[in-house]
Design a protein around this ligand. Structure first.
Ligand code: GRF
Length: 212
Protein backbone atom coordinates (compact mmCIF):
# COMPACT_ATOMS: atom_id res chain seq x y z
CA UNK A 1 0.00 0.00 0.00
CA UNK A 2 1.35 3.41 -0.88
CA UNK A 3 1.24 6.47 1.30
CA UNK A 4 -0.20 9.51 -0.45
CA UNK A 5 1.98 12.60 -0.29
CA UNK A 6 1.20 16.17 -1.39
CA UNK A 7 4.02 18.64 -1.95
CA UNK A 8 3.38 22.38 -1.58
CA UNK A 9 5.74 24.72 -3.41
CA UNK A 10 6.19 28.34 -4.43
CA UNK A 11 9.19 28.16 -6.74
CA UNK A 12 11.78 26.17 -8.59
CA UNK A 13 11.08 22.87 -6.86
CA UNK A 14 14.51 21.26 -6.73
CA UNK A 15 13.50 19.70 -3.41
CA UNK A 16 10.28 18.56 -5.03
CA UNK A 17 12.39 16.91 -7.74
CA UNK A 18 14.41 15.05 -5.13
CA UNK A 19 11.15 13.77 -3.61
CA UNK A 20 9.78 12.79 -7.04
CA UNK A 21 12.96 10.87 -7.85
CA UNK A 22 12.85 9.01 -4.55
CA UNK A 23 9.14 8.20 -4.76
CA UNK A 24 9.78 6.78 -8.24
CA UNK A 25 12.13 4.13 -6.90
CA UNK A 26 10.41 0.79 -6.51
CA UNK A 27 11.32 0.30 -2.85
CA UNK A 28 9.76 3.58 -1.67
CA UNK A 29 6.13 3.31 -0.51
CA UNK A 30 5.46 7.05 -1.05
CA UNK A 31 3.35 8.25 -3.95
CA UNK A 32 3.30 11.95 -4.71
CA UNK A 33 -0.30 12.44 -5.74
CA UNK A 34 -0.47 16.22 -5.92
CA UNK A 35 1.75 19.27 -6.21
CA UNK A 36 0.17 22.58 -5.26
CA UNK A 37 1.72 26.00 -5.77
CA UNK A 38 0.51 29.39 -4.59
CA UNK A 39 2.57 30.96 -7.40
CA UNK A 40 1.32 30.66 -10.96
CA UNK A 41 4.62 30.34 -12.79
CA UNK A 42 6.40 28.11 -10.29
CA UNK A 43 8.76 25.83 -12.23
CA UNK A 44 7.99 23.03 -9.81
CA UNK A 45 4.56 22.72 -11.44
CA UNK A 46 6.29 21.81 -14.71
CA UNK A 47 8.49 19.30 -12.91
CA UNK A 48 5.36 17.65 -11.49
CA UNK A 49 3.57 17.51 -14.85
CA UNK A 50 6.67 16.06 -16.51
CA UNK A 51 6.57 13.30 -13.91
CA UNK A 52 2.86 12.71 -14.55
CA UNK A 53 1.75 14.17 -11.21
CA UNK A 54 -1.33 16.38 -10.84
CA UNK A 55 -0.16 19.95 -10.44
CA UNK A 56 -2.40 22.84 -9.44
CA UNK A 57 -1.87 26.55 -9.01
CA UNK A 58 -4.05 27.85 -6.19
CA UNK A 59 -3.76 31.60 -5.86
CA UNK A 60 -3.61 33.06 -2.36
CA UNK A 61 -3.92 36.68 -3.37
CA UNK A 62 -6.85 38.63 -1.93
CA UNK A 63 -7.88 35.88 0.48
CA UNK A 64 -7.66 35.87 4.27
CA UNK A 65 -5.10 33.29 5.41
CA UNK A 66 -7.72 31.05 7.05
CA UNK A 67 -9.88 31.06 3.91
CA UNK A 68 -6.98 30.12 1.68
CA UNK A 69 -5.78 27.42 4.06
CA UNK A 70 -9.30 25.96 4.29
CA UNK A 71 -9.42 25.75 0.50
CA UNK A 72 -6.01 24.06 0.40
CA UNK A 73 -7.09 21.62 3.14
CA UNK A 74 -10.21 20.78 1.10
CA UNK A 75 -8.11 20.13 -2.04
CA UNK A 76 -5.74 17.90 -0.07
CA UNK A 77 -8.61 15.98 1.52
CA UNK A 78 -10.29 15.46 -1.88
CA UNK A 79 -7.01 13.91 -3.01
CA UNK A 80 -6.96 11.63 0.06
CA UNK A 81 -3.56 12.94 1.08
CA UNK A 82 -1.82 11.30 4.05
CA UNK A 83 1.24 13.55 4.42
CA UNK A 84 1.98 17.14 3.38
CA UNK A 85 5.55 18.15 2.52
CA UNK A 86 6.38 21.85 2.22
CA UNK A 87 9.21 22.27 -0.27
CA UNK A 88 9.85 25.98 -0.53
CA UNK A 89 6.21 26.92 0.16
CA UNK A 90 6.64 30.54 1.17
CA UNK A 91 3.69 30.86 3.52
CA UNK A 92 2.99 30.39 7.20
CA UNK A 93 0.24 27.84 7.81
CA UNK A 94 -2.76 28.66 9.97
CA UNK A 95 -4.36 26.19 12.42
CA UNK A 96 -7.11 25.38 9.94
CA UNK A 97 -4.64 23.58 7.68
CA UNK A 98 -2.48 22.16 10.45
CA UNK A 99 -5.50 20.72 12.27
CA UNK A 100 -6.64 19.02 9.07
CA UNK A 101 -3.36 17.04 9.02
CA UNK A 102 -2.23 16.79 12.65
CA UNK A 103 1.39 15.65 12.91
CA UNK A 104 1.46 15.13 9.15
CA UNK A 105 2.91 18.41 7.85
CA UNK A 106 6.69 18.65 7.34
CA UNK A 107 8.95 21.45 6.13
CA UNK A 108 12.56 21.81 5.02
CA UNK A 109 14.61 24.82 6.08
CA UNK A 110 18.10 25.76 4.81
CA UNK A 111 19.81 26.26 8.20
CA UNK A 112 20.34 24.42 11.45
CA UNK A 113 17.26 25.44 13.40
CA UNK A 114 16.64 27.00 15.82
CA UNK A 115 19.39 29.21 14.35
CA UNK A 116 18.48 31.42 11.43
CA UNK A 117 14.72 30.92 11.00
CA UNK A 118 12.82 32.89 8.37
CA UNK A 119 13.87 34.17 4.99
CA UNK A 120 17.35 34.01 3.42
CA UNK A 121 18.61 31.63 6.07
CA UNK A 122 21.76 30.79 4.08
CA UNK A 123 22.66 34.50 3.89
CA UNK A 124 21.87 35.01 7.56
CA UNK A 125 24.29 32.21 8.44
CA UNK A 126 26.93 33.36 5.98
CA UNK A 127 26.80 36.96 7.22
CA UNK A 128 27.01 35.77 10.82
CA UNK A 129 30.29 34.04 9.95
CA UNK A 130 29.31 30.59 11.16
CA UNK A 131 31.67 27.79 10.12
CA UNK A 132 28.93 25.16 10.08
CA UNK A 133 25.36 25.43 8.90
CA UNK A 134 23.08 23.01 7.11
CA UNK A 135 19.50 21.98 6.65
CA UNK A 136 16.66 20.98 8.96
CA UNK A 137 13.50 18.98 8.36
CA UNK A 138 10.86 19.66 10.98
CA UNK A 139 7.20 19.26 11.74
CA UNK A 140 5.26 22.41 10.99
CA UNK A 141 3.43 24.38 13.64
CA UNK A 142 1.91 27.84 13.44
CA UNK A 143 5.24 29.55 14.16
CA UNK A 144 8.03 30.54 11.81
CA UNK A 145 10.24 27.42 11.51
CA UNK A 146 9.58 26.47 15.14
CA UNK A 147 8.18 22.92 14.96
CA UNK A 148 9.77 19.75 16.32
CA UNK A 149 13.03 18.86 14.58
CA UNK A 150 13.04 15.55 12.70
CA UNK A 151 16.48 15.48 11.06
CA UNK A 152 19.42 17.76 10.34
CA UNK A 153 22.37 17.75 7.98
CA UNK A 154 25.48 19.81 8.47
CA UNK A 155 27.45 21.73 5.85
CA UNK A 156 30.87 23.22 6.57
CA UNK A 157 31.80 26.60 5.21
CA UNK A 158 35.03 26.44 3.23
CA UNK A 159 37.46 29.35 3.50
CA UNK A 160 36.95 30.44 -0.09
CA UNK A 161 33.18 29.89 -0.20
CA UNK A 162 31.05 32.60 -1.72
CA UNK A 163 27.47 32.83 -0.52
CA UNK A 164 26.45 31.04 -3.72
CA UNK A 165 28.89 28.16 -3.09
CA UNK A 166 27.71 27.81 0.48
CA UNK A 167 24.03 27.94 -0.51
CA UNK A 168 24.53 25.34 -3.25
CA UNK A 169 26.06 22.87 -0.82
CA UNK A 170 23.25 23.47 1.67
CA UNK A 171 20.76 22.80 -1.14
CA UNK A 172 22.55 19.56 -2.01
CA UNK A 173 22.20 18.53 1.64
CA UNK A 174 18.48 19.37 1.51
CA UNK A 175 18.16 17.01 -1.44
CA UNK A 176 19.55 14.15 0.67
CA UNK A 177 17.68 14.96 3.86
CA UNK A 178 14.14 15.58 2.65
CA UNK A 179 13.70 12.30 0.70
CA UNK A 180 15.10 10.39 3.66
CA UNK A 181 12.36 11.84 5.87
CA UNK A 182 9.71 11.16 3.22
CA UNK A 183 10.72 7.50 3.29
CA UNK A 184 10.41 7.41 7.08
CA UNK A 185 6.94 8.95 6.84
CA UNK A 186 5.85 6.55 4.09
CA UNK A 187 7.19 3.55 5.98
CA UNK A 188 5.22 4.54 9.09
CA UNK A 189 8.38 5.23 11.06
CA UNK A 190 7.84 8.95 11.77
CA UNK A 191 5.44 10.47 14.29
CA UNK A 192 4.90 13.60 16.34
CA UNK A 193 4.34 12.56 19.96
CA UNK A 194 4.04 14.95 22.86
CA UNK A 195 5.56 17.72 20.78
CA UNK A 196 8.60 15.65 19.84
CA UNK A 197 9.56 14.03 16.56
CA UNK A 198 9.89 10.27 17.01
CA UNK A 199 11.65 8.17 14.37
CA UNK A 200 12.04 4.40 14.42
CA UNK A 201 15.52 4.12 12.97
CA UNK A 202 16.80 1.08 11.12
CA UNK A 203 20.29 -0.25 11.72
CA UNK A 204 22.88 2.19 10.40
CA UNK A 205 20.42 5.07 10.03
CA UNK A 206 20.85 8.42 11.74
CA UNK A 207 18.82 11.57 12.13
CA UNK A 208 22.00 13.54 11.44
CA UNK A 209 23.79 13.72 8.11
CA UNK A 210 27.27 15.16 7.69
CA UNK A 211 28.55 16.67 4.47
CA UNK A 212 31.43 15.03 2.58
C1 GRF B 1 14.95 25.61 -0.17
O1 GRF B 1 16.18 26.17 0.21
C2 GRF B 1 14.12 25.32 1.04
O2 GRF B 1 14.86 24.93 2.13
C3 GRF B 1 13.49 26.65 1.29
O3 GRF B 1 13.16 27.15 0.03
C4 GRF B 1 14.08 26.61 -0.91
C5 GRF B 1 13.28 25.97 -1.99
O4 GRF B 1 14.08 25.54 -3.06
N1 GRF B 1 12.37 26.51 2.19
P1 GRF B 1 13.50 24.62 -4.19
O5 GRF B 1 12.24 25.31 -4.72
O6 GRF B 1 13.19 23.29 -3.59
O7 GRF B 1 14.57 24.56 -5.22
Amino acid sequence: MTVRVAVLISGSGTNLQALIDTAASSDCPAEIVLVLSNKEGAYGLSRARTAGIDAVWHDHRGKPRATYDQEVADILRRNRVDWVFLAGFMRLLSPVLLEAFPGRVVNIHPALLPSFPGLQAQKQAFDAGVRVSGATVHFVDAGMDTGAIIAQGTVCRQDDDTLDDFSARILAMEHRLFPMVMRWAAEGRLALRGGEAVVSLATGESRSLLDS
